[in-house]
Design a binder for this molecule. Structure first.
Ligand SMILES: NC(=O)c1ccc[n+]([C@@H]2O[C@H](COP(=O)([O-])OP(=O)(O)OC[C@H]3O[C@@H](n4cnc5c(N)ncnc54)[C@H](OP(=O)(O)O)[C@@H]3O)[C@@H](O)[C@H]2O)c1
Length: 325
């Protein structure tokens, strides 16, 4: 159901941030948002979910399995993946889940993982980039890239390209990049483009997170353009604020403050699942979503991206994954 009045209410919720991002926003929007995917939407479909050993990735994997998908759970540690797979099998008897260890910040590991998948499967129908980090201190990936850049941008870029041959063989492939509303606080300007590796000034994990969450929106737009002719839809989205270790461990004070109105992990994962499984999102590509609706990527003039900064930032990310260094 939709009407001009509901459109206005939905937008007001979004712009007011706290009500829109909290459980209040999603529970109101559920009254008018687009239909759920059909119950058998993903029968016979294969989906890779990174960051699936907990939090939103696990919650998304659970719903994808319920819709019939075979789901590859990707994370850095075998034990955490085993635990997550056990929880999914307990919740959905017969769940088709596979545990795949891969550190997506490590470009060599990503290449090796994609090669294994290409060797084992013909087709991939969904790829969810859910892996996320907010390090307290500046750390580097195996190839020497700053950790949030490597995890949120470089790894997903490389993994998508490496898996493109499988995605292209699907008749309705979807890629979902899980960004964050925090990206609104980080316009893509020359300062970010000139210091993608966050070497200048004192490191702030929350800033690094927000900057790379902004870059993830660019990533989805660029990949959408690259893969349009192959029939692969690419979306970015933000989940609002959900009760996961990503919030409670990384931002404990914030989590305590808004604890009572945090979304459940399933609510946070809702739009991820909907973008993979519902009919509508397969016909659109390159947009930024929250609560089953496209959202602006900037609300105020000058708070989005500078065109030249974007071009340079993207060229640097592209070069990093092409050279593998
Ligand atoms: N929760 C929220 O309210 C919220 C809000 C905005 C955006 N998000 C985004 O949603 C995504 C999931 O967040 P979350 O809150 O569920 O976080 P979380 O609870 O911390 O889970 C993050 C997951 O990512 C995995 N991971 C981290 N680095 C990885 C790597 N290099 N390779 C493979 N897996 C890796 C972790 O698994 P291992 O440690 O086992 O490897 C874990 O399963 C993130 O991208 C986050 O930015 C969340």
């Amino acid at each position: 159901m939709t009407s001009p009045a509901l459109d206005v209410l939905d937008t007001v919720l979004d712009k007011a941030v706290l009500p829109g991002y909290s459980a209040v926003g999603i529970r109101l929007r559920q009254r008018w948002w687009p239909a759920d995917p059909p119950e058998d939407a993903l029968v016979g479909r294969r989906v890779v979910v990174t960051g699936a050993s907990g939090g939103l990735g696990e919650a998304a994997a659970l719903e994808l399995v319920r819709l019939g998908a075979t789901v590859h759970l990707v994370g850095r540690t075998a034990e955490r993946l085993r635990d997550a797979a056990g929880r999914l099998r307990a919740a959905v008897p017969g769940a088709a889940v596979q545990e795949d260890v891969c550190d997506v910040s490590d470009l060599a590991a990503v290449r090796a993982y994609a090669e294994r998948l290409r060797g084992a499967h013909e087709t991939l129908d969904g790829l969810v980039h859910g892996a996320g980090v907010m390090p307290a201190e500046r750390t580097e990936s195996a190839q020497g890239h700053e950790a949030t850049l490597a995890t949120h941008v470089l790894g997903p870029l490389l993994l998508t390209r490496e898996l493109a041959p499988l995605l292209e063989r699907s008749d309705d492939a979807r890629v979902v990049v899980v960004s964050s509303g925090g990206m609104y606080t980080a316009p893509l300007d020359a300062k970010i483009a000139d210091d993608l590796q966050y070497r200048q000034g004192s490191y702030d994990g929350v800033r690094a997170y927000a900057r790379t969450k902004r870059l993830q929106v660019v990533l989805a737009e660029e990949l959408a353009a690259e893969l349009t002719s192959a029939g692969v839809a690419v979306h970015s989205m933000h989940p609002g604020w959900a009760d996961t270790p990503g919030i409670t461990d990384s931002l404990p004070r914030f989590a305590r403050l808004i604890g009572p109105v945090l979304r459940t992990p399933a609510e946070g994962a809702d739009t991820i699942v909907w973008l993979v499984a519902a009919p509508g999102p397969g016909r659109r590509t390159g947009l930024f979503w929250c609560d089953r609706r496209p959202r602006p990527t900037a609300y105020l003039p000058g708070r989005g991206e500078d065109r030249d900064a974007r071009r340079r930032a993207w060229a640097a990310c592209d070069a990093a994954v092409r050279t593998g260094s």
